[in-house]
Design a protein around this ligand. Structure first.
Ligand code: SF4
Length: 387
């Protein structure tokens, strides 16, 4: 049953005109997003976002059986991305770079499991060439022909283009030829020039990030998009960021899902500078960002909650705040655990199904392209699915 919405029952009067627009399927403007961010009626905001999501996805909640692979944590931007806890200098303690054989050995976890996607991201290594990645993708495809490969952020694509003295388009074409299915949405952070100058001064600009994704979409490579919130950005920075994502989606339709990512302040320079070590974003902030994303990005079909960052408990609540998509089984989560995430590194398939079902939603296992893989989950059968 589609949810109903009565704007008059919202306790914050500032939300009522926004609710009228949502009901009439009219696009939200920046001032509407400002009202949403300024409101303390979190439940009203959630009701609005849940209504918008229900109209798009009904009670279906998507998840994937995926495995993360991080070939290297060595990164040339280690000193300037001050929010990052994952990267290391080449000779720094904890630095690692996997050989292809090591990557394949870790990928063997996918054998005899329901895994349908490899999610591959890492640092910007000064010496790893494009051929390392194309060979990796070919090797994975050879070993696991049925598994989709979602690999390399726009930042990694641009870095490889620089190393190879070519264009991001040529890098994308080479990866596509080697078996790439889609791109993850990382590296976007917040597009504002001022914010980037503070938290990631040498990273790709917002416009450059958008240009790589545009190129990918034009080549038929769908991508995800993200926003890292909860550091030094303002509500207006977030709105500008969401507006840029929405504009590209109007142009290309290539974004599959939007993932709001919560900043974790442990083990990075920014967290220390802000005096925030040990205090990640609040559940209030997390739910608000999910709801605003769902309402503002009216042209992106899915909004994903990333349980390794916000906990499986909050991800379950997020399913009533506009999310219809949950991060998958993951297997090894390194990026946010380096930043102090206290969650487990792996979610069992049956636990994900149960998390979704217990929230009153209908689980749908999907592949990287959001095509349903499995929609029927007999409780006894789900127990038997390998972890
Ligand atoms: S955020 Fe990405 S580009 Fe920046 S230091 Fe970390 S791994 Fe490198």
């Amino acid at each position: 049953m589609p949810q109903s919405l009565d704007p008059g029952r919202l306790t914050d009067p500032a939300l009522r005109p926004v609710a009228e627009k949502v009901l009439a399927r009219r696009r939200l403007e920046a001032e509407d997003a400002r009202a949403l961010y300024a409101s303390n009626d979190l439940l009203g905001l959630g009701r609005l976002a849940a209504f918008a999501n229900d109209r798009l996805n009904g009670d279906r909640v998507f998840f994937s059986a995926n495995q993360h692979l991080n070939p290297t944590n060595v990164c040339v931007l280690r000193k300037t991305c001050v929010f990052c806890s994952f990267a290391r200098m080449p000779k720094e303690e904890g630095a690692y770079t996997r050989t292809l054989e090591e990557v394949y050995a870790e990928a063997e976890q996918a054998r005899n499991s329901p895994t349908s996607e490899f999610h591959i991201v890492g640092g910007l290594h000064p010496k790893l060439r494009l051929s390392y990645y194309t060979e990796m993708l070919r090797g994975l495809k050879q070993r696991f022909p049925h598994i989709h490969i979602k690999a390399l952020t726009a930042v990694e694509i641009a870095h490889l283009a620089r190393i190879e003295k070519t264009s991001p388009r040529e890098v994308l074409l080479a990866l596509q030829e080697a078996g790439l299915t889609s791109l993850p949405g990382g590296g976007a952070e917040v597009f504002s020039t001022a914010v980037r100058a503070t938290i990631a001064e040498r990273k790709l600009t917002g416009e450059e990030w958008i240009a790589v994704h545009r190129e990918a979409h034009q080549l038929g490579i769908p991508t995800n998009c993200t926003m890292l919130y909860g550091h030094v950005e303002t509500a207006d920075d977030r709105i500008e960021h969401l507006t840029m994502l929405r504009s590209l989606q109007d142009e290309t339709g290539g974004f599959l899902t939007y993932i709001p990512l919560a900043y974790h302040p442990d083990h990075n320079e920014l967290g220390e500078e802000l005096g925030r070590v040990g205090s990640a974003t609040t559940a209030y902030e997390d739910l608000k960002n999910i709801a605003v994303g769902r309402l503002f990005l009216d042209n992106i079909a899915h909004v994903k909650t990333h349980w390794p960052m916000v906990t499986p408990f909050l991800s379950q609540v997020a399913l009533s705040f506009g999310c219809d998509d949950v991060e998958g089984t993951v297997v090894y989560e390194r990026v946010y655990h380096e930043a102090g995430a206290q969650t487990q590194m792996h979610m069992h398939y049956a636990d994900l199904v149960e998390l979704i079902r217990a929230a009153g939603k209908r689980p749908v296992e999907r592949n990287s392209l959001y095509q349903p893989v499995r929609e029927s989950f007999d409780p006894a059968e789900a127990e038997l699915v390998p972890a």
